[in-house]
Design a protein around this ligand. Structure first.
Ligand code: NAP
Length: 488
């Protein structure tokens, strides 16, 4: 669907997210001829830069993040950018934005709030007061969307006073990844998987988002947040929803989001006892990542000396439905891990009997691996005959690489999500009730940790987290994927 003319307003237009991700994504869509000729990107910040000074900043800070720059195209792209200086918390300064916005009611207006979240409510109020929250407007909210249920409800309520739910785009960039949509295509565009996609045939699901990086310069935010709030409540639960949801009646936004909501509402609630058995919380100590010595979390710049913030969390979750009862969903995320990757592994049950001259225990159960990072891809692990005379079976990987089939270039997650916002397509964005349902499930965990004054278990940087995370899955007779990989 072709885009109609738009003004995209980036609050936080001078910040890291805009420079590293949003502007390069818009450039890529401009090169792909998706952007209508007159459309503009209005970058907002407090800094009193002239237009020229801001464009120099874009040149030095954003351009290096563009994958491949064609100078003539770049010149055309930056001609779309307008810089506006205002203080988001001061309604009186919004006149500068009013002056540059085009009043045409046929024009799509998008306000992308790439700012700290405590500004969301005030920005929305001030847009309304300035007459800028028009019916043709949309607002995009970046994470973190709250730090508990109450604050998430407050954001929903405050933004909801100004914009209707159909105008609100809560972004989770993992949903913009090509392979996540390919998982939807695989599940609901083929007859092959759906009959097997249930407790009778699936043994377990693992979802991992592991980073090699530490906290970097985000300590102020991270130490107040931790792995559960920063990664699990949003990204991991959203991926779990895509794996576990029932077939929606259509790909329309509410049909998909209704089904995701049902998954979140069906997650088994933890009690204080089940919580300590099924959750591992860790914090990295000094170690080596890629052969380089790295400090412990508490020795990172600006870290509180006795911080109890978790940099790792692993959870065994269960979904109380006919389809999934009894199937463990292992979720884990951590910083300073052995590898940087994001993947979903759906493992099927073992074969019931071997007709070959090798025991059933030598058969690796089939698994579907959905890789989201560092590269995107899908692979299906099957047992196959090794070449040669003997009838010996070994695991082989069937790479489902659709690039050859389709040839068209892949899109980065932010490119796709920005296009969806500009098209008014909400399917890949969280609805307010989904956000609250995710917090409802997570909050008892946070409350328990706080009440118990729980201390995260230390793990050495450059490993896969505390040994307790292996024990968590090992108790069920299973292993994390990297532990189960067959040796060559
Ligand atoms: N960076 C990422 O990769 C990433 C990824 C996911 C989510 N996020 C989220 O996106 C948001 C922005 O992150 P970031 O890393 O880009 O932060 P950042 O580099 O600190 O940028 C913050 C931006 O907000 C603007 N700002 C702050 N207070 C303002 C005010 N009162 N009025 C007008 N503008 C104001 C700043 O402009 P001035 O300095 O000119 O005031 C700056 O452009 C955060 O909520 C973050 O959690 C970031």
């Amino acid at each position: 669907m072709a885009l109609t003319d738009f003004d995209l307003v980036l609050f936080g237009g001078s910040g890291d997210l805009s420079m590293r991700k949003l502007l390069p994504a818009m450039y890529a869509r401009d090169v792909a001829k998706d952007l209508p000729p007159g459309s503009r990107i209005i970058c907002v910040g407090r800094h009193e830069w002239s237009q020229e000074e801001f464009l120099q900043t874009v040149e030095s800070t954003s351009k290096p993040h563009v994958k491949s720059v064609a100078e003539a195209h770049w010149a055309k792209f930056i001609a779309r950018i307008v810089y506006v200086s205002l203080n988001a918390t001061d309604a009186k300064t919004y006149g500068t934005l009013v002056d540059v916005m085009r009043p045409d009611p046929a024009l799509t207006r998008v306000y992308y709030l790439a700012t700290p979240p405590h500004l969301f409510a005030q920005i929305c109020d001030n847009l309304k007061e300035a007459g800028l929250a028009t019916p043709n407007s949309r607002v995009v909210l970046e994470k973190p969307l709250g730090r508990d249920l109450a604050s998430a409800k407050q954001i929903n309520a405050e933004v909801g006073k100004v914009f209707a739910e159909s105008q609100i785009y809560r972004i989770d960039h993992y949903l913009g990844k090509e392979t996540v949509q390919n998982l939807l295509a695989l599940r609901f565009g083929n007859i092959l998987f759906e009959p097997l996609w249930r407790r009778e045939w699936i043994s377990d699901v693992q979802i991992t988002i592991a980073e090699k990086l530490g906290v970097g310069n985000r300590m102020g935010y991270y130490d107040n947040s931790g792995a559960l709030r920063d990664m699990l409540q949003n990204h991991l639960l959203q991926l779990l929803c895509i794996v576990a949801m029932e077939p929606p009646t259509s790909i329309n936004s509410d049909a998909v989001r209704d089904e995701k909501l049902q998954v979140l509402r069906s997650l088994k609630r933890f009690t204080p006892t089940t919580l300590s058995q099924n959750i591992v919380r860790g914090q990295y100590r000094a170690g080596h990542v890629d052969g380089k010595q790295v400090p412990s979390y508490r020795d990172e710049p600006d870290a509180p000396e006795h911080s109890r913030t978790e940099t790792f969390v692993a959870i065994k979750a269960e979904i109380d439905t006919w389809r999934w009862a009894g199937v463990p969903f292992y979720l884990r995320t951590g910083k300073r891990m052995a590898d940087g990757l994001a993947e979903i592994v759906v493992r099927f049950k073992p074969i019931p009997h071997s007709i070959f001259n090798q025991p059933t225990s030598s058969f690796q159960p089939n698994s579907l691996v959905i890789r989201l990072q560092p590269d995107e891809g899908l692979s299906l692990n099957l047992m196959a005959k090794t070449p040669g005379d003997s009838m010996r079976l070994k695991q082989a990987e069937l790479e489902l690489d659709f690039r050859e089939s389709f040839k068209s270039p892949r899109m980065d997650a932010y490119e796709r999500l920005l296009l969806d916002v500009l098209r008014g397509q909400l399917t890949l964005f969280m609805r307010g009730d989904e956000l609250e349902a995710a917090w409802e499930w997570v909050e008892p965990i946070l409350d328990h940790w706080e009440k118990e004054d729980s201390v995260p278990t230390p793990y050495t940087a450059g490993t896969w987290g505390p040994a307790a995370a292996s024990a968590l899955i090992g108790r069920d007779g299973l292993q994390w994927r990297e532990e189960a990989l067959p040796e060559d």
